[in-house]
Write a protein that binds this ligand. Structure first.
Ligand SMILES: Cc1cc2nc3c(=O)[nH]c(=O)nc-3n(C[C@H](O)[C@H](O)[C@H](O)COP(=O)(O)OP(=O)(O)OC[C@H]3O[C@@H](n4cnc5c(N)ncnc54)[C@H](O)[C@@H]3O)c2cc1C
Length: 390
C-alpha cells in the first residue's frame, strides 16, 4: 500500500506544521517531549489556538467552529500534534459530546454548547462508569427521578477522569427500571457546581491525580439538560463510544515516543559507548518501528476503505488492542533506557531539579491503563473472536 501523501495533503501537513511551530510555546513542547503529561492550562491554551483555525474540532461543520476536514486531513492533523508533541484537543468535548449533540441534541443545546466545547470554554468529563458497571455499562444504577421541571440524581460514578477540574459532566443515569437493562437509561448534562455533587480523588499508581469518584446526593438537573429522549440514553452511549475511528491506534503518539527513545539511545552511554551501538537495542528499536508501520497501514486501511477486511467494529478493535500494546512496549523501553534513575521520586508540580528520567516510569505505569479505558483488551479480544470465529 502506498502511504505517500498527495501534493495537496503534503501542503496541508506543512501548513499544520508551520502553525504548530508558530503557536506552540517551547516550554510546553519540551515538557511533553520529556514525557510529562499536558497540564490543563496547556490543553486549554493550545485548543483555543487551534480553534482560531477551525482545527480544534476539525471534522465539525463550519457553523459550529469546525473546518469540515475529511478523515485523511484529520489523521494528518492528529499525527502532527503528536509529532510536535502538542496537547490534543479534549476528546470528551470534541470527539464524544460534540458529535453526539449534533445527532441527538436540540438546536438550542447545539447553539449553546458546541462553540463552548470547541473553544474549551467548558471542560466536560464523562460520568459513565460506576462500581459494578464498567465493561457491562448497562448495569449502571445512578438514578434520576423526575420532579417537576428537574431530574433529581442520586448515585455514584467512578474513574471519572478530570472530574475535579471539570465544569460539566455528561452522564448516563437510570430514569426507569425496565425489563431489559439497556432500556430506561437517559443521557444528562450536569453542571459540576450543582449542590449535592462531591468529587473524591483517586491517586493512580503513577502518582497522578486524574481519576475521581463522583457522588450525587439529591442533585437537581433541569429537564432541559436531557439529551435525546428520556429512556433512550443507551442509543446515545453506543453512538458516543462507537463513532471514533481516526485516532484510535495512537500511531502518532507511538512514533513520537519511539523517536524520543532513539534520541536517548544516541545520547546515553554505557561503559563509554553510546547505547545505540548495542545490537540488541537496535533490533528492539527496529522491531517497534516495524510494528508502528504495520499499525499505521492498518489505520489507513480503516480510514480509507472501511469496507475492506473485518467489519468496522472488529477493525477498530484490532487498532485499539494493537495500538495499546505498542504504546506500552515503547513506554516500557523508555523506562528501561532511563535505568534506575526512572525510579526517582516524582517531584511535586513546579519543584526544581527534576531528573530527565523521572517522568518515564510514571509514564510507563500510566500506559498500563490503556488496556482498560476505552474498552478493555479482553473485551476487544471478545469482539475479534466473534468477528473471526462467528
Ligand atoms: C485511566 C482510566 C480513565 C478512565 N476514565 C473514565 C472516564 O473518564 N469516565 C468513565 O465513565 N470511565 C472511565 N474509566 C473507566 C473505564 O471505562 C472502565 O474501567 C472500563 O470500562 C472497565 O470497567 P471496570 O473497571 O468496571 O472493569 P470490569 O468491567 O469489571 O472488568 C474487570 C476485568 O474483567 C474483564 N472482563 C469484563 N467483562 C469481560 C468479558 N465479557 N469478557 C472477558 N473479560 C471481561 C476486563 O477485561 C477486566 O480485565 C477510566 C478507566 C481508566 C483506567
Amino acid at each position: 500500500m502506498n502511504l505517500a501523501l498527495t501534493p495537496a495533503q503534503a501542503a496541508f501537513r506543512d501548513e499544520v506544521r508551520a502553525f504548530i511551530d508558530a503557536r506552540l510555546p517551547d516550554e510546553i513542547r519540551s515538557r511533553m517531549r520529556a514525557g510529562h503529561p499536558a497540564r490543563k492550562e496547556d490543553i486549554v491554551l493550545f485548543q483555543r489556538a487551534l480553534n482560531e483555525r477551525g482545527w480544534a474540532a476539525p471534522h465539525w461543520p463550519k457553523r459550529y467552529g469546525g473546518a469540515e476536514l475529511g478523515q485523511v486531513e484529520r489523521m494528518i492533523l492528529i499525527d502532527e500534534l503528536y509529532r510536535a508533541p502538542a496537547p490534543l484537543p479534549s476528546v470528551f468535548n470534541v470527539i464524544m459530546l460534540g458529535p453526539l449533540l449534533m445527532r441527538f441534541g436540540t438546536p438550542a443545546q447545539c447553539d449553546h454548547f458546541l462553540p463552548k466545547l470547541a473553544n474549551l470554554d467548558l471542560w466536560f468529563c464523562q460520568g459513565f462508569s460506576e462500581p459494578g458497571a464498567g465493561s457491562d455499562l448497562a448495569s449502571l444504577r445512578t438514578a434520576a427521578r423526575r420532579d417537576g421541571d428537574h431530574y433529581v440524581v442520586n448515585g455514584q460514578k467512578i474513574w471519572t477522569s478530570t472530574a475535579h477540574v471539570a465544569d460539566w459532566a455528561f452522564c448516563l443515569v437510570r430514569t426507569e427500571q425496565a425489563a431489559r437493562k439497556q432500556d430506561g437509561i437517559s443521557f444528562l448534562l450536569v453542571d459540576m457546581r450543582t449542590p449535592g455533587i462531591t468529587v473524591r480523588p483517586i491517586i493512580s499508581i503513577d502518582g497522578s491525580h486524574i481519576l475521581n469518584e463522583v457522588f450525587f446526593d439529591e442533585v437537581r438537573v433541569p429537564v432541559g439538560n436531557l439529551v435525546g429522549e428520556e429512556g433512550r440514553g443507551w442509543e446515545c452511549a453506543k453512538f458516543l463510544l462507537g463513532n471514533e475511528r481516526t485516532g484510535i491506534a495512537n500511531v502518532g503518539l507511538c512514533r513520537e515516543r519511539l523517536g524520543y527513545a532513539r534520541e536517548l539511545a544516541r545520547s546515553l552511554t554505557q561503559a563509554g559507548r553510546p547505547l545505540i551501538e548495542d545490537t540488541g537495542l537496535q533490533s528492539e528499536l527496529a522491531l517497534l518501528d516495524a510494528e508502528i508501520r504495520a499499525l499505521e497501514v492498518t489505520n489507513w486501511r480503516l480510514l480509507m476503505a472501511p469496507e475492506t477486511g473485518l467489519a468496522g467494529q472488529a477493525f477498530a478493535s484490532v487498532l485499539k488492542l494493537k495500538g495499546t500494546e505498542v504504546q506500552q512496549d515503547v513506554a516500557a523501553l523508555l523506562a528501561r533506557l532511563a535505568g534506575p534513575a526512572a525510579l526517582e521520586r516524582r517531584p511535586a508540580e513546579g519543584e526544581a531539579g527534576m531528573h530527565w528520567a523521572a517522568p518515564l516510569m510514571p509514564r510507563y505505569l500510566h500506559s498500563r491503563a490503556a488496556s482498560i479505558y476505552g474498552g478493555t483488551s479482553e473485551i476487544q479480544k471478545d469482539i475479534l473472536a466473534k468477528a473471526i470465529l462467528g
